[in-house]
Design a protein around this ligand. Structure first.
Ligand SMILES: Cc1ncc(COP(=O)(O)O)c(C=O)c1O
Length: 394
């Protein structure tokens, strides 16, 4: 008999849908995939070169569990340069992707029965990881009309003596929301008053549009700094999803606990990928601007295209690379017997009739929505918007 843990965990719907779209393409079916959770750009040459150099230099053995000292130093400098955050290298833990960093953080903090507040729509893995710890995910809904920002009052009402952690994700996957300094200040005040931790997942930090800027909640004062685990990584900032490098920065006692847990689970992240990450962090900052500008143009085109379909309403995302479209306006319609009562039905219709793969909002605790990734070429976005229009105009 499998463990209760294994029996209760749900597979990631985003990974499953990406795999399905890939499989259909391999069968020669002309699928337009908008499922990607990764930049479609190539990893920059300066990161690749650092990896190749590391191989030739023989850096192919175990490293210290929390990462090579040069990388922890470079991450510490990055936090100061980009986020006004002082983390010493010994407060930094490098792991196999930000997903692993979040897992380590939850493992270090959450006991069975502890509650973890998760503003939603939320990234698919947060509730599942909390459940794997024996914790209780407590969903705090946010709304489009409030720019998908967490409500102070809604969160306050959910706080109980068992509240241990609040998950924050700005810029947010799937909504594209970017939380204001004021929102973060309010959350920080709650965390301090009610004595809970904040895990701040800042993986999309470099992808923010329309002149908005990123604020790290840990930088809002020394009291909140002591309660935050800041998560980041190279996957989205440097198109390095396959290299699997993420990192966490935390108060020393939490960092030490995370290192100890990682010691027993995976040891260090791949040595070669760590050198690639070092090369990436030391590379030119213009890389981000070029990528952001491309994403920005696609973002505008996609939002425009989605809003042209009667029954679909798409809020303009301010960060990340997803358009999160509300499809509740399609509820009254039904084409070829497909049920449009939620995003699942609409997504099934799109795959079957338009050969468009998207991710239904149910996996993000938002069944009335569909997530469209614009981390794909301009040509595919154009073709996708044309197909979308034509299947709904029929
Ligand atoms: C919000 C969020 N956090 C973390 C991750 C995981 O990143 P990594 O590939 O570094 O594990 C993702 C990936 O899609 C994400 O969307």
């Amino acid at each position: 008999m499998l463990s209760q843990r294994a029996l209760q965990v749900q597979p990631s719907p985003t990974l499953a849908l990406s795999a399905k779209a890939r499989e259909m393409k391999q069968q020669g079916i002309d699928v337009l995939a908008f499922t990607a959770g990764e930049p479609d750009f190539d990893t920059p040459d300066f990161a690749k070169a650092a990896a190749i150099e590391a191989i030739h230099a023989g850096y192919t053995k175990y490293t210290a569990t929390p990462g090579i000292p040069e990388l922890r130093e470079a991450i510490s400098e990055k936090f100061w340069r980009d986020n006004h955050l002082r983390y010493s290298p010994d407060q930094i833990v490098v792991s196999c992707g930000a997903k692993h960093s979040i897992f380590n953080a939850l493992m270090a903090l959450v006991d069975p029965g502890d509650e973890v507040i998760i503003p939603s729509p939320c990234w698919v893995s947060y509730p599942e990881q909390v459940k794997l710890m024996g914790g209780v995910p407590v969903i705090a809904p946010t709304e489009e009309s409030n720019d998908f920002a967490p409500y102070y009052d809604a969160i306050r009402e959910l706080i109980t003596p068992r509240t241990k952690v609040l998950m924050l994700n700005s810029p947010c996957n799937p909504t594209g929301a970017v939380y204001s300094r004021q929102t973060l200040k309010e959350i920080a005040a709650l965390a301090i008053k009610h004595n809970f931790w904040v895990i701040a997942d800042e993986i999309y930090e470099k992808l923010i549009y329309e002149g908005h800027s990123h604020t790290s909640i840990a930088a809002l004062g020394s009291e909140i700094y002591e309660r935050v685990i800041t998560i980041n990584g190279l996957s989205k900032s440097h198109a390095m999803t396959g290299w699997r490098i993420g990192y966490a920065a935390a108060p020393l006692k939490v960092a030490k606990a995370m290192i100890c847990l990682q010691d027993q689970m995976t040891s260090n992240a791949c040595s070669i990928a760590q050198y690639a990450a070092l090369g990436a962090l030391q590379g030119p900052a213009e890389w981000y601007d070029t990528m952001r500008q491309r994403f920005d143009a696609r973002r505008k085109r996609m939002v425009e295209g989605l809003n042209q379909v009667p029954g679909i309403r798409c809020w303009t995302p301010l960060g990340a690379f997803y358009a999160f479209a509300n499809v509740e306006g399609l509820k009254e319609r039904s084409i070829d017997g497909f049920d449009f009562s939620d995003g699942d039905g609409v997504s099934a219709y799109l795959l079957e009739k338009a050969r468009i793969a998207v991710v239904p909002g149910s996996g993000f605790c938002a069944p009335g929505y569909i997530r469209w990734s614009y981390a794909t070429s301009e040509a595919i976005i154009e073709a996708g918007m044309d197909r979308l229009k034509s299947v709904f105009s029929s």
